[in-house]
Design a protein. Structure first.
Length: 494
C-alpha cells in the first residue's frame, strides 16, 4: 500500500480532486491501482511491486492546477507527505533535464540555478521538521519555486535552439496547420483558414465516409478537396485508421470477433481513400490512437499487425506521400485502466524498431477545461516528453494541439484547470500559451509540423472553447499571435 498525507492551510485536507490521478513506475509507465481519498490521506492500492509515483491534479500558487507527479517511492505503512514528494519529484526532473539539455555551467542559467538552490533549501527544511503541516507548507513553497525554475529553463533552452534554427533556415515550407469542420464552408471561415496556415488537416473518419457498408459519402470531402486544390493549399488527410467509437461505422461491429476479415476491410478502406485523393494529399495520418482507444478488444499482436498493415498499405498506394503514425494521450494515462492497450512510448518504439514503413510520429497535445477532464501539463513536462519521442529517430508532427480560452470547469462548478500562462484560462492566456508552446516545440530540430486541433469554437462538444476563432469566426488573440509567430519564424528562414 502506498499512502500520501495531504495538508491544506495547516490542516489535513478535507477534499481533494483526483480527476485523472494514477500511479507511475520507474519506467514512466502508468500502473494499475485503486486511488482513493479519505480523512486527509490518499490511498493507492497497487497492483504491481516496486517503486511508484503518484500523478494527480495539484494547485500551486501562481500556476493554478496542474497534473504533477511525485518522486518514486516504495511501499510503507507510514504515509508520505504529498507536498514533499511533489517537490522532490520536480527537483529530480529538473536535475535530469539540466544534464540532458547540456545546460551545466552555462552563464545564462545562473539566476535559475540560484532559484533552484532556494527550492532545494526549502525542501531540506521540510524534511528536517517534525511537524507535517509545517513540512507541507515549506514543500509547497519549494514546489512553486521549482515550477518557476523549470519554466525558465524550458524558455532558455528553447530560445537558444530556436535562434539557431532560425539563423540556418531550418524550417520546412509547411510548418503550421489546422483541422477544420467539413460542414463549415462560409467564406469568412475559409478566409481565416488560408490567412494563417500552411496546410489544412482534413478529417477522414471511416464512420463519416462509409456510414453503411458499401454506401459511401464523399460529398463534403470532395468539395473541400476541390476548393483547397484551387487555392493551392496543401492537405493532410486522416486518420485513415482509428478505432475509437467516434471513428468507426456501426456496421463494423459485426466483424468484431473476426480479426482477419476486419483487417481486410481496413486495408480496403485505406486503399480506397488514398486512391481517391492521392493526387491532392501530401501527408497522411495513416493510423491514429489505436494503442489507446479502441472499441474492439485487440491484443498486443493484433494492434501491431494493424499498424503494420496500415503503414504498408499507405506506402503502397501513395509512395511519395508522407505517412504519420499518430500518438494520442502521449503520457499514457489510459494504460493505468486498460491493460489491453499499449503504453505510448512502447508503441512508438515497437513501430520504429520493427521497421514499419512510415515517415513521422504524431503527438497530440489537446487539453480542455471541463470538470471531467484532468488539467493541463506544464510546458516543462511537454518539452521533456517531446524529447523522449524525438530520441526514436523519426520526425515529429505535433497534432491536435489545443488549450481552451475559457475556464469551462470553473464556470460549471468543477475544478479550475491549469492557467499555464496567466490568471486562469482566458483568451489572453490561450494566446500566451500558444506562443510558448510553438517556440518550445520548434526549437527542437526533429519537430517539423504543428497543427491546431480546431479552427473555431464551432468544433462541437469536444471543442471546449479551444478554437482560434470565436463562434462568429472573429479572431481570438491566439489567432493573431499565431499569424505573428508564423511570420517571425518563417520570415527568418527566407
Amino acid at each position: 500500500m502506498l499512502n500520501f498525507a495531504v495538508f491544506s492551510n495547516g490542516r489535513p485536507a478535507r477534499r481533494l480532486n483526483l480527476t485523472g490521478a494514477y500511479l507511475i513506475g520507474n519506467d514512466d509507465v502508468p500502473q494499475r491501482a485503486e486511488v482513493s481519498f479519505a480523512k486527509g490521506v490518499i490511498r493507492c492500492n497497487k497492483q504491481a511491486p516496486g517503486p511508484a509515483g503518484l500523478v494527480l491534479p495539484w494547485f500551486v500558487e501562481g500556476f493554478g492546477q496542474l497534473l504533477l507527479e511525485t518522486s518514486r517511492v516504495l511501499d510503507r505503512d507510514k504515509p508520505f507527505l504529498l507536498s514533499v514528494e511533489l517537490a522532490r519529484g520536480r527537483l529530480t526532473r529538473i536535475n535530469q533535464k539540466i544534464e540532458d539539455w547540456g545546460m551545466l555551467d552555462h552563464d545564462d542559467i545562473q539566476e535559475a540555478e540560484e532559484q533552484l538552490e532556494k527550492a532545494r533549501k526549502l525542501l531540506i527544511k521540510a524534511l528536517q521538521t517534525d511537524d507535517p503541516a509545517e513540512a507541507s507548507a515549506l514543500a509547497d513553497q519549494s514546489l512553486a519555486v521549482a515550477l518557476e525554475v523549470s519554466d525558465e529553463l524550458s524558455r532558455i533552452h528553447a530560445d537558444r535552439f530556436l535562434a539557431r534554427r532560425k539563423s540556418t533556415g531550418g524550417f520546412g515550407r509547411r510548418v503550421f496547420g489546422c483541422a477544420i469542420l467539413l460542414e463549415e464552408t462560409s467564406e469568412e471561415y475559409r478566409k481565416r483558414l488560408t490567412g494563417a496556415f500552411d496546410y489544412v488537416s482534413l478529417p477522414m473518419r471511416w464512420r463519416d465516409i462509409e456510414p453503411q457498408e458499401q454506401n459511401f459519402e464523399w460529398k463534403l470531402l470532395d468539395a473541400w478537396v476541390e476548393w483547397l486544390a484551387k487555392k493551392r493549399m496543401p492537405i493532410k488527410g486522416g486518420p485513415l485508421l482509428a478505432f475509437s467509437e467516434g471513428d468507426i461505422p456501426d456496421w463494423l461491429h459485426i466483424w468484431e470477433h473476426d480479426f482477419e476479415t476486419l483487417r481486410d476491410l481496413a486495408f480496403e478502406h485505406i486503399r480506397r481513400i488514398i486512391t481517391r485523393y492521392n493526387q491532392y494529399v501530401q501527408v497522411w495520418d495513416v493510423v491514429s490512437g489505436i494503442h489507446a482507444q479502441s472499441t474492439f478488444s485487440f491484443n498486443f499482436e493484433q494492434l501491431m499487425e494493424l499498424t503494420r498493415m496500415a503503414t504498408a498499405a499507405a506506402k503502397q498506394a501513395a509512395p511519395r506521400g508522407l505517412s504519420v503514425v499518430n500518438i494520442v494521450m502521449p503520457w499514457g494515462e489510459y494504460y493505468a485502466k486498460n491493460q489491453r492497450t499499449i503504453p505510448p512510448l512502447l508503441y512508438a518504439e515497437m513501430a520504429v524498431q520493427s521497421g514499419l514503413n512510415f515517415d513521422a510520429l504524431g503527438l497530440e497535445f489537446s487539453f480542455c477545461a471541463t470538470a471531467e477532464a484532468p488539467p493541463a501539463r506544464d510546458l516543462f513536462q511537454i518539452s521533456s516528453l517531446i524529447d523522449q519521442f524525438g530520441k526514436l529517430g523519426k520526425s515529429i508532427h505535433l497534432t491536435a494541439v489545443q488549450v481552451p480560452s475559457r475556464d469551462f470547469a470553473a464556470e460549471t462548478g468543477g475544478a479550475t484547470s491549469s492557467k499555464a500562462a496567466g490568471d486562469g484560462w482566458t483568451e489572453q492566456t490561450q494566446s500566451k500559451w500558444l506562443r510558448k508552446f510553438i517556440e518550445i516545440a520548434l526549437s527542437k530540430p526533429f519537430v517539423e509540423r504543428v497543427s491546431w486541433r480546431a479552427l473555431s469554437d464551432r468544433a462541437g462538444p469536444d471543442g471546449h472553447f479551444g478554437g482560434l476563432l470565436r463562434e462568429d469566426f472573429a479572431p481570438k488573440p491566439a489567432y493573431e499571435e499565431l499569424v505573428k509567430v508564423r511570420s517571425e519564424l518563417m520570415g527568418a528562414g527566407k
